[in-house]
Design a protein around this ligand. Structure first.
Ligand code: FE
Length: 254
C-alpha cells in the first residue's frame, strides 16, 4: 500500500520526537503493509516552516536508517502546505515540494475551522501552473461540514481531496465518520491516507480503513483509491469519478 500523507520525520514537526520513534513508526507502517510512504511535514502553518531542500535531506537520512535496520519501507519526500497568501512567493523561491517528481500533485491544508475566502483563487492559480492541489482531511473542516455546497464546488473546480483513514473507522468521532462516508458516496474524495503522527493516538490505520470501505462499498471502491495513489507516485493523470453535490444539508443527514 501507499500512504501519501504522514508525519514520520524525527523532530521536524508535530510527528515523532526522535529517530527511535521514527523507526518504530516505520516498522509499524511496514507491518501494516505499507511499502511507500510520503513524509509530509507541515509548511507555512502557524508553527512550522519546512522547505523543500530541508525535507529532501531529512528523507535521505531516514531512508538510510531504514535500510540499515532492514525495514522494507521507502520514504518519499512530500510536504503538507497550509493555504496561505504567501504560497506563490514560496513556489517562486522553490521552497514548495510536490509529491511526484513531475510536479503535478501538492498536499494543501485548510485551517481546521474555516475555508479562507481566497481558497478558490489559490486552487485556480495552482491549476494554471499545472499543479493539482489535494485538499487534506476535508472531513475535519468545520466550514465544509456546515456549508453543503462548498466541498463540491472546490472539487468541481479541479481540486482533489484526501480522507484520513482514522476518520473512516471512527477515531475522530461519529460526526466526522458520517461526513467521511457522505464524501465517499458523493465522489468527493480521491485518496485515503493515514496522516499518522505517532504510534498511539494518530497511528497507521490504512488497512483497517480499506477493509471498512470494501465492506461498505465493495472492493472496486478500495481499488479506486489504491490506484489513484499509484498513479500519483508516477505523476500520471487519474481517472476520477464525477463529483456529486450533496442534496440535503449535511447536518440534516446525521
Ligand atoms: Fe498532516
Amino acid at each position: 500500500m501507499i500512504d501519501i500523507h504522514c508525519h514520520i520525520l524525527p523532530g521536524v514537526d508535530d510527528g515523532p520526537a526522535d529517530l527511535n520513534e521514527s523507526i518504530n513508526m516505520a516498522k509499524k507502517a511496514a507491518e501494516e503493509g505499507i511499502t511507500h510512504l510520503f513524509a509530509t511535514p507541515h509548511h507555512l502553518n502557524e508553527k512550522y516552516l519546512n522547505i523543500k531542500q530541508d525535507i529532501i535531506g531529512y528523507v535521505l537520512k531516514l531512508n538510510e536508517h531504514l535500510q540499515q535496520n532492514n525495514i522494507p519501507l521507502y520514504v518519499h519526500p512530500g510536504q503538507e502546505l497550509r493555504i496561505h497568501r504567501e504560497i506563490f512567493t514560496s513556489i517562486e523561491k522553490e521552497e514548495i515540494l510536490t509529491l511526484d517528481e513531475s510536479g503535478k500533485y501538492l498536499l494543501l491544508e485548510l485551517p481546521s475551522g474555516k475555508v479562507p475566502a481566497y481558497t478558490k483563487e489559490v486552487i485556480y492559480e495552482l491549476l494554471l501552473k499545472g499543479i493539482t492541489p489535494i485538499i487534506v482531511h476535508p472531513e475535519r473542516n468545520k466550514e465544509l461540514l456546515e456549508n453543503n455546497k462548498l466541498l463540491f464546488e472546490l472539487v468541481q473546480e479541479g481540486a482533489l481531496t484526501q480522507l484520513t483513514s482514522g476518520s473512516i473507522i471512527g477515531n475522530f468521532g461519529k460526526n466526522i465518520q458520517s461526513f467521511s462516508k457522505k464524501i465517499i458516496e458523493h465522489n468527493l474524495t480521491h485518496f485515503i491516507a493515514t496522516d499518522a503522527h505517532n504510534l498511539d493516538s494518530r497511528g497507521f490505520t490504512l488497512q483497517q480503513a480499506y477493509e471498512t470501505i470494501t465492506k461498505t462499498y465493495g472492493i472496486e471502491c478500495t481499488f479506486y483509491f489504491k490506484e489513484n495513489a499509484e498513479q500519483l507516485i508516477k505523476g500520471q493523470s487519474l481517472s476520477i469519478l464525477e463529483p456529486l453535490a450533496f442534496k440535503k444539508k449535511i447536518f440534516g443527514i446525521f
